[in-house]
Design a protein around this ligand. Structure first.
Ligand code: F6P
Length: 366
C-alpha cells in the first residue's frame, strides 16, 4: 500500500523548540500505518530547488532532537514563495511569485498536506497558499510572542529565561560599579520579552514599543533611585522601543526577499539620550542579540512544542486545513490562519502584566 505523505518545514528566524515540534509530528505519525513524514530543507526553498532537497523524517533521524536548539531542517527569512528573490535575465535580483509553481511541484511530489512551523511572516504565507488550494496547517513559532490567536508561541519563554539569566549577571556588575546598565532584548514590534524579563529580573526601567518613552521621565527614575542611596539602575529596553518624539532604531539592510526591517541599536541611542538629558551616572550597554534564540529550549517550551507537533499531525488526520495550532487557556486547540495573521499581538497596555510591572515600581518612562 502506498503511504500518504506530509511535508514539514521551518521558516523565518529559528527558535528554541523547533526540533521538539518536528519530533512530535514524526512520533505521532508513526502511530498511523498509512503516513510518511518528510522535511523540506530551508523552508520552501527545498521544494523550489531544481532537484528538491527533501528528506524523509523517521524515529531514527529525529531521536532525541527535542533538547537541541535550532532546526534540523534549517531555515531562512528570505524564502517567501510569493516574493521569491531570483536573478533576472540582466543579472539583477528581483522578487517573483513562485506560489503556483510550488503548489504544482508539491502535487507532483505526491504530498497530501504541509505543516508550516513559523511566525507571523510564515503564517501569512501559509494563509496565501491555503487560499490558493494547498492543504496546509500552521504551527506558531517565535521568541517574540507576537502572533495572535495563541496565548503563547513556543520559544518565547526560553528567550525570557536567557534574557533574565543575563539580566541577573548585569545586576551584580551594576551594583559593584554604581552604574546604569542598559540591556537591549529582541521582540520586534512587541515588548513581550522586555516586559517579562524586567519583571522576572527586577528592573527599575522597562522600555517597550507599546509605550513610547519620555527620556526626562527615565532620568527622573534613575535620579530618584540614586538619591535613595541605591547606587545602580538596571534598564531593559526592547529593540522596537522608541521615544515619544522619535522613531525606532534600525540596522541598514538591503537583503532582497526579507520581509522585515532589521531592528537594533536602541541601547546605544538610549545611552546617548540619557547623557544628553543630564544623566550623570556611568552608563554601559549590552545588546543580547541572537543569544536569545540559541541553545536548548527550557522544559516548558519542549512540552508546548511537542503538544503543538502532535496536534498538528492530528489536524492533518481531521483535515483541518487553513488552521493554526494554538495554546489558549491552558489547552491546545486550533484557530483559523486568518485570525492568527489578521492582527499583530502587541502587549496590551491595560493588561495585568503591565499593572504588575507598575505595581512593583518598574517605570515605562511615561
Ligand atoms: O523574530 C525573531 C527575531 O529574533 C526578532 O526578535 C529579531 O528582530 C529578528 O528575528 C532578527 O532577525 P535576524 O535573525 O534576521 O537577524
Amino acid at each position: 500500500m502506498s503511504k500518504k505523505k506530509v511535508l514539514v518545514l521551518t521558516g523565518g528566524g529559528d527558535c528554541p523548540g523547533l526540533n521538539a515540534v518536528i519530533r512530535g509530528i514524526v512520533k505521532r505519525a508513526k502511530k498511523e500505518d498509512d503516513w510518511k513524514v518528510y522535511g523540506s530543507i530551508e523552508a520552501f526553498n527545498g521544494v523550489l530547488k531544481d532537484s528538491p532537497e527533501i528528506v524523509e523524517l523517521n524515529n531514527k533521524n529525529t531521536a532525541g532532537i527535542h533538547v537541541k536548539g535550532g532546526t534540523i531542517l534549517k531555515t531562512t527569512n528570505k524564502g517567501n514563495p510569493l516574493k521569491f528573490p531570483v536573478k533576472n535575465d540582466s543579472g539583477e535580483m528581483e522578487e517573483v511569485d513562485l506560489s503556483d509553481e510550488l503548489i504544482n511541484k508539491l502535487k507532483d511530489l505526491g504530498f497530501e498536506a504541509v505543516i508550516n512551523i513559523g511566525g507571523d511572516g510564515s503564517q501569512t504565507i501559509s494563509k496565501a497558499l491555503y487560499d490558493k488550494g494547498l492543504n496546509i496547517i500552521g504551527v506558531p513559532k517565535t521568541i517574540d510572542n507576537d502572533l495572535s490567536g495563541t496565548d503563547f508561541t513556543f520559544g518565547f519563554r526560553t528567550a525570557v529565561q536567557i534574557a533574565t539569566d543575563s539580566f541577573d549577571k548585569l545586576v551584580s556588575t551594576a551594583e559593584s560599579h554604581h552604574r546604569v546598565m542598559i540591556m537591549e532584548v529582541m521582540g520586534r514590534d512587541a515588548g513581550w520579552i522586555a516586559l517579562h524579563t524586567a519583571i522576572g529580573g527586577g528592573a527599575e526601567v522597562c522600555l517597550i514599543p507599546e509605550i513610547p518613552y519620555d527620556i526626562n521621565k527615565v532620568v527622573e527614575r534613575i535620579n530618584k533611585r540614586y538619591r535613595k542611596g541605591r547606587g545602580f539602575v538596571n534598564i531593559v529596553v526592547a529593540e522596537g522601543a522608541k521615544p515619544k518624539e522619535g522613531t525606532v532604531s534600525t540596522i541598514e539592510n538591503d537583503e532582497l526577499g526579507r520581509g522585515h526591517v532589521r531592528l537594533g541599536g536602541i541601547a546605544y541611542q538610549l545611552s546617548q539620550q540619557l547623557k544628553d538629558a543630564g544623566c550623570k551616572a556611568d552608563i554601559r550597554e549590552t545588546v543580547l542579540g541572537h543569544i536569545q534564540r540559541g541553545g536548548t529550549p527550557i522544559a516548558f517550551d519542549r512540552v508546548l512544542a511537542t503538544m503543538f507537533g502532535v496536534k498538528a499531525f492530528e489536524m492533518i488526520l481531521e483535515g483541518k486545513f487553513g488552521e493554526m495550532v494554538a495554546y489558549r487557556n491552558n489547552d491546545i486547540c486550533s484557530v483559523s490562519l486568518e485570525e492568527a495573521v489578521s492582527q499583530y499581538n502587541y502587549v496590551k497596555t491595560d493588561s495585568f502584566v503591565i499593572n504588575t510591572a507598575r505595581g512593583v515600581g518598574i517605570s515605562f518612562g511615561d
